[in-house]
Ligand binder design. Structure first.
Ligand code: ATP
Ligand code: LTN
Length: 326
């Protein structure tokens, strides 16, 4: 790698990727490859903080890695690996946990939501510390994520500042990168809650590998309102505004031009056109998915882990020295 600025991001193998993940995070994972040295992870250790099935976990991890490649992460240019293959993440998380307050962790919205739903455990509480370790391990400058990760990024920045203050200037303070449109894509069934992998209602999300018929069905059943005019207005028309964002991202057209064209076309016509744009935008991902074999994925991930282990070991040396270890 050169001395270009670095980027890190991760995604949990907690289910199939949806277009919220794609728009909020992956588009930037892909586009940032042009200008940055990018390091991306399937954060399997994070996924273990909620109940999961160990007998399917391996296949889910591989499937997610394949989707990341199909979505446009080029493993000749970017480093991609399973977080659990590089133990330095957990080592640094331990060091950082010694300077993180429990009160701050207990205030994390995601901790409160997930512990209410799935039950408390220490891993879930310290989840953001492991995320801070992922980011700080490589001294990255930028982290492309969706809106829901804002609080975790703030914690990462606090921990980095605290570390630097206590042990010397080791970590740069990383910036959050979120898209202008689509940082928070909402559920198709409830436009007031975010589209999520773990929502039990499958109609709430469009998956990256859904076929055009499935996409049309889900968009048609998307919850809107009883009016008939297409307007971009999150207060009054959250469902339609959500669809407008999706339509805009996948068609490359501005929201204004879509509103102009579909203002009084009726919701039925508008939804069909939006579904077609989404299906067309996702077609290359679906095609690439079919052409990548599981064996290829495993060997690419093994190579990624090997490169990362060496790099992470180099990065850990000054960190260990700063805290008096090593
Ligand atoms: P889970 O439901 O298991 O929490 P998730 O759908 O939130 O999963 P993550 O693996 O936590 O997915 O997130 C992967 C990336 O996608 C993160 O950068 C996250 O901010 C982003 N992301 C997740 N949901 C959305 C959404 N609805 N809109 C925009 N970005 C999102
Ligand atoms: N918590 C993140 C996943 C994640 C991550 C990271 C994102 C784990 N480590 C480091 C960016 C950088 C989420 O999306 N739920």
């Amino acid at each position: 790698m050169t001395d270009r600025k670095r980027v890190f991001s991760g995604v949990q193998p907690t289910g199939n990727l949806h277009i919220g993940n794609y728009i909020g995070a992956f588009r930037n994972w892909v586009s940032m490859q042009e200008d940055y040295d990018c390091i991306y992870n399937v954060v399997d250790l994070h996924a273990m903080t909620v109940p999961y099935d160990p007998s399917t976990f391996r296949a889910e991890r591989i499937h997610l890695a394949k989707l990341i490649m199909a979505a446009g992460v080029d493993t000749d240019r970017s480093l991609l690996y399973f977080q659990s293959d590089v133990p330095h993440h957990a080592e640094l998380a331990w060091i950082l946990s010694t300077i993180t307050g429990i009160g701050q962790l207990e205030r994390m919205t995601q901790y409160k939501e997930k512990s209410d739903r799935a039950g408390q455990n220490l891993g879930l509480l310290s989840y953001p510390v492991l995320m801070a370790a992922d980011i700080l391990l490589y001294k990255v400058h930028a982290v492309p994520v969706g809106d829901d990760q804002t609080q975790h990024l703030e914690l990462t920045r606090d921990v980095a500042e605290r570390f630097n203050h206590r042990f010397g200037e080791v970590f740069p303070i990383p910036e959050r990168i979120t898209p202008e449109i689509g940082a928070r894509i909402m559920s198709l069934q409830d436009p007031f809650s975010k589209m999520s992998k773990s929502d039990p209602n499958e109609k709430s999300r469009i998956l990256l590998d859904d076929d055009p018929a499935a996409i049309l069905k889900k968009v048609k059943s998307a919850v809107t309102d009883s009016d008939r005019y297409v307007r971009y207005d999150w207060e009054e028309k959250a469902g339609i505004s959500n669809l407008l964002e999706l339509f805009s991202v996948f068609s490359g057209r501005s929201i204004d031009s879509l509103v102009e064209e579909y203002h009084d076309a009726g919701y039925g016509t508008f939804k069909i056109a939006a579904a077609e744009a989404i299906a067309e935008g996702l077609a290359p991902v679906r095609e690439r998915m079919a052409s990548i074999g599981d064996g290829d994925v495993m060997s690419i991930m093994a190579r990624g882990a090997e490169v990362a282990q060496e790099k992470a070991e180099q990065e850990m040396k000054p960190i260990r020295a700063a805290v008096g270890l090593g």
